[in-house]
Design a protein around this ligand. Structure first.
Ligand SMILES: [Zn+2]
Length: 194
């Protein structure tokens, strides 16, 4: 009756696999909530930054996010304590381990904003459970939600930066390369002598 014991062994192995998966997802999710809770508590009294209205408009014009992501609700906490990596996103709050400047940190900002969008798409609890499952199953680098965030930042960093130069920086900084090039292109060099 070799086939029967083979079959029973297969069922037992599967049951162990499923048991291990459920256990690791449960522990992973508990750990994740503990981690988010710790970071939240350690940074509860820090000031929060907003994304500038001009950058929000740039990202909306480029149609980067689904309409249910409200970019003006995003809050960024820089020099955050207790982080395991460069950043952590908890729904609309983004924790950054270093100093935050929306353009100098644009790549990281776009990465974390993709996570904000994933929270909105999937709903809070499902995002956390899925993220933890993928983290356990594939590891940080290969987890599909992480890969999507990295690809999103790769695909959009230059586009957003260029549009920001045109729409936002030009107005506020006459030293911007775009502004100088425009003066040369339009032969307004006499302006520089003013
Ligand atoms: Zn990420």
């Amino acid at each position: 009756m070799g086939w029967l014991s083979d079959g029973l062994n297969w069922v037992r192995d599967k049951a162990l696999d499923i048991g291990a998966s459920i256990l690791s997802i449960t522990l992973g999710t508990l750990f994740h909530y503990l981690y988010i809770g710790t970071v939240y508590t350690l940074n509860a009294f820090k000031s929060k930054k907003r994304i500038s209205d001009c950058l929000i408009k740039v990202m909306e014009d480029l149609d980067l996010f689904p309409s249910d992501v409200n970019l003006s609700k995003v809050r960024i906490i820089q020099n955050a304590r207790g982080l395991a990596g460069d950043g952590l996103t908890n729904n609309y709050t983004i924790y950054i381990s270093g100093k935050f400047d929306e353009i100098e940190s644009l790549r990281l900002l776009l990465h974390e904003l993709k996570h904000v969008a994933q929270y909105q798409d999937m709903g809070y609890a499902l995002f956390v459970i899925t993220y933890d499952y993928q983290f356990v199953r594939y590891g940080y680098t290969s987890a599909p939600l992480e890969k999507a965030a990295r690809k999103f930042a790769d695909d959009n960093e230059v586009k957003v930066n260029d549009q920001y130069d045109l729409d936002c920086r030009l107005v506020t900084s006459p030293n911007s390369p775009v502004f100088k090039q425009m003066i040369i292109d339009e032969d307004w060099t006499m302006l520089l002598d003013l």
